[in-house]
Design a protein around this ligand. Structure first.
Ligand SMILES: Nc1nc2c(ncn2[C@@H]2O[C@H](COP(=O)(O)OP(=O)(O)OP(=O)(O)O)[C@@H](O)[C@H]2O)c(=O)[nH]1
Ligand SMILES: [Mg+2]
Length: 302
């Protein structure tokens, strides 16, 4: 079977957990494999905070990718929830796919992900991502090392950013998926609700513009969404929550510059993704310790 247009055998459908350390390129990969931006991406670790489904439907079948938060040592309740999201996904899916950033040296964090996978059921795939950032001679020893672990059914070098190697990944996934009907109706690309998608797009724009500890403590809450059908306008009221009082000023920026630039970037992407015009009304609030507050955490994901 080569590619997705072959008709040998029945349709194959199933779930694929995309796991790995923070910043490995999992969300970039899921977006590339779905062909649409489903999950936000940033150069800061711990961007993804919950499971996100990205659904690819083709004549051969349907692949439901489960993007997950990067596996790391949890320091806050938020992070413990994030870890649980990833670990549950590993258990519940048909195929496990580990994404490894080959441009950084392998270390303890990688060993932790290998141990987790070794304990999980096969099939298990390893993708060595970001090959565009390394010299070829670095790749073969890394592939050999992974092979020696004896836990991976397939090892594929890719660049999620450029799309290199992905044409090889898709048929491999189909080979490991069970035969069966689609899990979601054709045309469904994700199950994430509109309000969370809006919040995530807004959060991404602030992640692009903040540094150090601020991105980790930044959350976005949608307070209200109002549609004016006649004007084809969606008005979104949202609060950007930061973890410390002094972060509020930074996120506003001098003369309100950062919030204005982030808001404009978010508005443009919302318009491009969802169509029509958007008006964003953004506020910034400090809420020290929110990452430990179970009630507040649940409002972020609904
Ligand atoms: N050069 C290069 N950069 C990549 C590639 N894939 C992802 N990136 C970059 O790596 C950074 C992290 O990408 P994400 O997709 O957010 O990584 P993630 O694994 O989802 O990260 P978390 O959600 O924080 O766990 C971003 O700056 C991406 O543009 C790649 O193949 N090549
Ligand atoms: Mg991610």
């Amino acid at each position: 079977m080569n590619g997705e247009n072959g008709s040998s055998g029945g349709r194959r459908s199933g779930t694929v957990a995309v796991i790995g350390r923070p910043n490995a390129g999992k969300s970039t990969l899921v977006n590339a494999l779905v062909g649409q931006k489903i999950a936000i991406v940033s150069d800061k670790p711990q961007t993804t905070r919950r499971r996100i489904l990205g659904i690819r439907t083709a004549p051969l079948g349907q692949i439901v990718f489960v993007d997950t938060p990067g596996l790391h040592k949890p320091l806050h309740r938020l992070n413990r929830v994030m870890q649980a999201e990833a670990i549950e996904a590993i258990r519940e899916v048909d195929v496990r796919m580990l994404v490894i950033d080959v441009s950084v040296p392998s270390g303890g964090g990688d060993r932790y992900t290998f141990d987790l996978l070794a304990k999980a059921e096969p099939p298990r795939l390893a993708l060595l991502n970001k090959i565009d950032r390394i010299e070829k001679r670095v790749l073969l020893p890394r592939m050999a090392q992974l092979g020696e672990l004896g836990i991976f059914d397939e090892i594929v070098p890719v660049s999620a950013l450029r799309g290199d190697g992905l044409e090889e990944v898709v048929p491999l996934l189909y080979r490991h998926l069970p035969e069966g009907e689609d899990l979601f109706p054709e045309g469904t690309v994700t199950t994430t609700g509109q309000s969370v998608r809006f919040a995530e797009i807004i959060r991404e724009k602030f992640l692009e513009r903040t540094r150090e500890e601020i991105p980790y403590g930044l959350g976005v809450v949608i307070d209200d969404i109002a549609r004016d059908e006649q004007k084809n306008l969606t008005v979104v009221m949202a609060t950007v929550v930061v973890d410390k009082d002094n972060h509020r000023k930074i996120v506003l920026g001098s003369g309100g510059r950062m919030i204005r630039d982030s808001g404009t970037a978010a508005r443009l992407e919302l318009e491009q993704t969802f169509g029509g015009r958007f008006f964003l009304d953004l506020n910034v609030k400090a809420r020290p310790g929110w990452r430990e507050d179970p009630h507040f955490l649940s409002t972020l994901t609904s």
